[in-house]
Design a protein around this ligand. Sequence first.
Ligand SMILES: [Zn+2]
Length: 260
Amino acid sequence: MAAKLTDLIAELALANRILAHEGVLDAFGHVSVRHPGDPNRYLLSRSRSPLLIEPGDILEYTLDSQPVKPPKAHLYAERVIHGCIYQARDDVMAVCHHHAPAVMPFCIAGKPIQPVFHLGAAMGEDAPFWDQYDEFGDTNLLVVKPEEGQSLARTLGKHNAVLMNRHGATVVGGGLKELVSRSIFMCQNADYQLRALALGTPDRLHPGEVKLAGTLSLLPTVVTRTWEYWSMRLKASGAIPPRGRAAKSAPPRAKARRKR
Ligand SMILES: [Zn+2]
């Protein structure tokens, strides 16, 4: 289990950086994965921009989104999104919350994202909208209270993703690689859908096509191939995370010199 956990933590750090490098995450947004040995816990970084995350940043949380060990670092304010979805959906093993530029026009205009090309089928037939204002009135739009996270999880229902009005999106997956693939292809789909509007009315996949193409996109061979591709792009950019539980920040060099 220890080796499996260490590998998954390394994979989570890599997933954060891939999603940042591919334009899904920016300074904000976060990715989590359910604990491989305890379904009542999940793994998520301390509060840090996803492109910088390394294995040493990853912490364990209960499904109430409380850190298992007293935290020494600042935590993500919106972590209830993750805990509430894991509580509501036994089948969900990984969650990504983001504000990607590709989806924001849809979240602002309240227009649905629909699968418009074969790889876009990874998002499923549709993604429901959740407007925090409907239930909670004026807020700063961050999902921080358990009741807000539970409401979001209710709207997500059995879907693969939920769009959050004037805020962003939350995507779920049966595993980390599946989640990364779905998040990236959903953003590509949103980009193509918006661009196709300049040429006419975008055509969407038929329900049967969504089912068949969606199944294809989840095949291990496909998911492994895309993961390898995005990892290589990240590597080429020089942003691959260090292995192992690295220090949370660089040791203070001046202090080290004084010791000597
Ligand atoms: Zn957010």
